[in-house]
Design a protein around this ligand. Structure first.
Ligand code: GLA
Length: 383
């Protein structure tokens, strides 16, 4: 890293480094923008931002992995859709302006590196937004709380990058703790750390290497289907219903006739998945691993048949997991339409399972599968 920085910025003097991790989500998919529960954990794949004040009136920003050196004159006033990763930097600067009236007037040298695979559904862009917000907060003593850092990073993504994501990815990137997941209630931001006593087991990610181009627009579409359902519920029952997390499965089933087929399926999925998160926490606390497995597969089925965000690649991996010895369970993870399957596996079976699925995957799709064993780590840090 030092050598790269010297190559681009002449020397490393005065650089401070900030890190933000990607995440897995054990369960609770597409619940975070419906006021529901999620159960994510921060992972040992991170984005690192090195920064120093340059005394000039431009930002020079370089990223090895995400390609390119950008020179941005100050002040930053707009953010274009087609600007690649640098739009995240602009989005964060503009969000801080909107939210707290911060105007970036001093030039910066910024170096960005990381090992979160892009497009794999491990929240590389949330980690980048969080790392940049955290960096500016520290450098200019903005006094933001941890929750504000997460919220502003989410806002940057919503308002300027154009993805109407929930708060899960940013929250866990900020708040993650080694060896623990977080049960977060997104309707009031109450949270609780849940220890993961994995012992002879491990979470493993199977990355399909399929990154659907329409992922963001389909994500936004699912979100609007949920909003349509919510409006109908509010009109029919009460405006006290603030989010889908306020309704029960029974209520939805009894009133099936109110919704179009698609909206009905989306609502049913959300309320069932929300319930599964609490069941999962119970199962993990009781070390009831059969139940953990059942819940993971049930979540996958919901995402496949009701929420309709899975893909043939993700389904094939989950189908094989169901049949192998040494697997507790697995499911597609994140927004969907490609990305990763998350599996909980006994370590001494890991090699066999990975080899088998890799071969089957290649035979079926003529595409390489990437496999990442995961450790659960802390959230943002600087040094
Ligand atoms: C993406 C979003 C999250 C969440 C998940 C689905 O990762 O960024 O906010 O909605 O999809 O659970």
């Amino acid at each position: 890293m030092e050598k790269d920085i010297e190559k681009i910025f002449a020397d490393t003097k005065g650089f401070t480094f900030f890190q933000a991790p990607g995440r897995i989500n054990i369960i609770g998919e597409h619940t975070d923008y419906n006021g529901g529960y999620v159960l994510p954990a921060a992972i040992d794949k991170k984005i690192t931002v090195g920064v120093r004040k340059s005394g000039s009136n431009t930002i020079r920003a370089y990223s090895k992995e995400y390609n390119g050196l950008f020179t941005l004159p100050l002040p930053i006033v707009q953010c274009e859709e087609r600007e690649g990763w640098v739009k995240h930097l602009k989005a964060v600067v503009l969000t801080l302006r909107d939210e707290i009236g911060f105007h970036l007037k001093e030039g910066l040298d910024i170096y960005i590196t990381g090992n979160i695979p892009v497009g794999a559904g491990l929240s590389s862009s949330a980690a980048l937004d969080v790392a940049l917000t955290f960096t500016l907060n520290h450098l200019f003593s903005l006094g933001l709380s941890l929750l504000q850092i997460a919220r502003f990073a989410q806002k940057a993504e919503n308002e300027y990058v154009g993805v109407r994501c929930g708060i899960m990815d940013q929250f866990i990137s900020v708040m993650g703790k080694k060896g623990r997941a977080i049960l977060l209630n997104t309707s009031n931001m109450d949270y609780e750390y849940v220890p993961l006593a994995l012992n002879d087991m491990r979470f493993v990610l199977f990355d399909t290497n399929v990154h659907h181009e329409l992922r963001n627009s389909k994500y936004n579409l699912r979100r609007s289907e949920c909003e349509r359902g919510l409006k109908i519920l509010q009109k029919t029952f009460s405006s006290d219903i603030k989010a889908l997390s306020d309704v029960t499965e029974e209520q939805i089933k009894k009133n099936k006739g109110l919704f179009s087929g698609n909206v009905y399926k989306r609502l049913l999925y959300v309320v069932q998945e929300n319930h599964r998160v609490l069941e999962m926490v119970k199962a993990l606390k009781n070390k009831a691993y059969d139940e953990v497995g059942r819940l993971l597969y049930a979540s996958h089925n919901g995402l496949k048949y009701l929420y309709e965000v899975s893909s043939p690649e993700l389904d094939l991996i989950v189908d094989h997991l169901r049949e192998r010895d040494g697997v507790i369970g697995g499911r597609m993870m994140g927004g969907g339409f490609g990305g990763c399957v998350l599996a909980l596996i006994y370590k001494n079976y890991e090699r066999d399972i990975s080899d088998f699925i890799e071969d089957e995957y290649y035979t079926e799709f003529k595409r390489k599968l990437s496999i990442y064993p995961i450790s659960i780590t802390d959230g943002i840090a600087f040094h």
